[in-house]
Design a protein around this ligand. Structure first.
Ligand code: GLN
Length: 403
């Protein structure tokens, strides 16, 4: 049958996460492509969700979140920013951050409005802007020029992207796929431009608690001067609590911005799964248990980041160590074995690594407007059990002839 796909989706195809996970399964490869933990989230959160089902919390939730979850999110925000929110006016619970991103774009963008995105970008950003009829304007994050530097952008390129047509800038920090944590200085530049051009900032902060360098802490754009009323902060439960399948996300911001998210959310999903909202409320509200869980998780990820980063470097890849999130970007063309195979681009390299080495990675060119920019890169996820990573490294060693 001929395709009946609407034109707005024609450029996007199937997401790379689905494609690489299917390829990994077909080849029995270790999946370091799609970023999801291969271990479970905390017992106390799971028990609360199960108890909510048993207690009969199985009908529609309040459209913008069950009261207990909105309160728990406002407590989480108060702890981290010192700011007191009205849980009924300043928060909308969504079905994962991906829904929050789509709802924010649909709720805020008029057809033809420009939206500034940094590339590489998480793939749903471009699609969400397209769904809203917006026009993406791209600012490129460039690979580090020194051994330990972060990905960076040219401040002039950013300033040039702003115009009277700009409605929104979308900022993801800590950043997927590069692991960049935007510095206070970089965020101040963004804030200054938003204030000058009356632009709304939408931030995706799902990796807010996953940072590795105390000298590069996570800074919230919403806390910078002039930004409280023009920033929508989006986040979720999935990454912090290893519960990506629960699809619990939220948007936080001034009442006028949150109203825009709710306007779209009520017609997309109406409300988010009730029992999981109860589980999420328990996860966020049990401060001691949750902080203990996050501490353990971070010690595991700190080990995993070094273990995989060092192994990839030993194999000859140029490794860009991340300051946040749970991905490592490499330049695969630096690896002698990869280079000797003569792959045309990152897609060919990642497909071959999956089928020949038995380790799947994500080809990042799909996260660039100009695919050429991502052609030499590959992204490996390290949010996996120790045994999984050890098995991946063994396979890579065998493939590269280093063991
Ligand atoms: N956020 C995860 C990643 O970047 C997974 C996204 C997805 O599967 N849609 O790998």
């Amino acid at each position: 049958m001929t395709t009946r796909l609407a034109e707005r989706f024609a450029p996007f195809g199937t997401t790379i996460f689905t494609e690489m996970t299917l390829l990994a399964q077909a080849h029995g490869a270790v999946n370091l492509a799609q970023g999801f933990p291969d271990f479970d989230g905390p017992e106390f959160a799971k028990a609360a969700a199960a108890a909510a089902i048993a207690a009969g919390h199985n009908q529609y939730a309040r459209m913008f979140g069950i009261p207990a979850l909105n309160q728990a999110i406002s407590g989480w925000w108060r702890e981290q920013t010192g700011v007191e929110l009205d849980p009924d006016a300043h928060i909308c619970v969504t079905s994962g951050c991906t829904e929050a991103i789509a709802a924010a774009m649909l709720g805020l963008i008029n057809p033809g409005d420009e939206v500034i995105l940094f590339e590489p970008y998480y793939d749903s950003y471009r699609a969400s802007v397209a769904m809203a009829g917006g026009v993406p304007l791209i600012v490129t994050l460039r690979p580090p020029t020194t051994d330990h530097g972060p990905f960076w952008f040219d401040p002039d390129e950013l300033a040039r992207a702003f115009s009277p047509r700009t409605r929104v800038i979308l900022v993801n920090t800590p950043h997927n796929p590069t692991g960049k944590v935007f510095s206070a200085d970089e965020l101040r530049q963004i804030a200054e431009l938003c204030n000058r051009h009356d632009v709304i900032a939408v931030t995706d902060e799902v990796y807010e608690r996953l940072t590795y360098d105390p000298s590069r802490p996570h800074v919230r754009l919403a806390t910078l001067p002039g930004m409280a009323d023009r920033t929508l902060t989006l986040s979720s439960l999935g990454k912090t609590f290893s519960l990506t399948g629960w699809k619990i996300g939220w948007a936080i911001g001034a009442a006028g911005l949150v109203r825009a998210v709710r306007a779209a959310h009520q017609f997309m999903t109406f409300a988010t799964a009730t029992p999981f909202q109860h589980g999420a409320a328990a996860a966020l509200a049990s401060v001691d248990e949750r902080e203990g869980y996050i501490r353990d998780l971070m010690s595991q990820f700190t080990w995993a980041r070094s273990f995989l980063g060092e192994a990839l470097a030993r194999l000859g890849f140029r490794v860009y160590m991340p300051d946040g999130a749970y991905f490592i970007m490499v330049d695969w063309t630096a690896c002698p074995r990869a280079r000797s195979d003569g792959h045309a681009d990152d897609v060919a390299f990642c497909r071959s690594l999956t089928s020949v080495a038995g380790v799947a990675a994500i080809p990042p060119s799909v996260f660039y407007q100009n695919r050429e920019h991502g052609k030499t890169l590959a992204r490996f996820a390290f949010c996996k059990r120790r045994e999984t990573l050890q098995s991946a490294v063994q396979r890579l060693d065998r493939w590269a002839g280093t063991s």
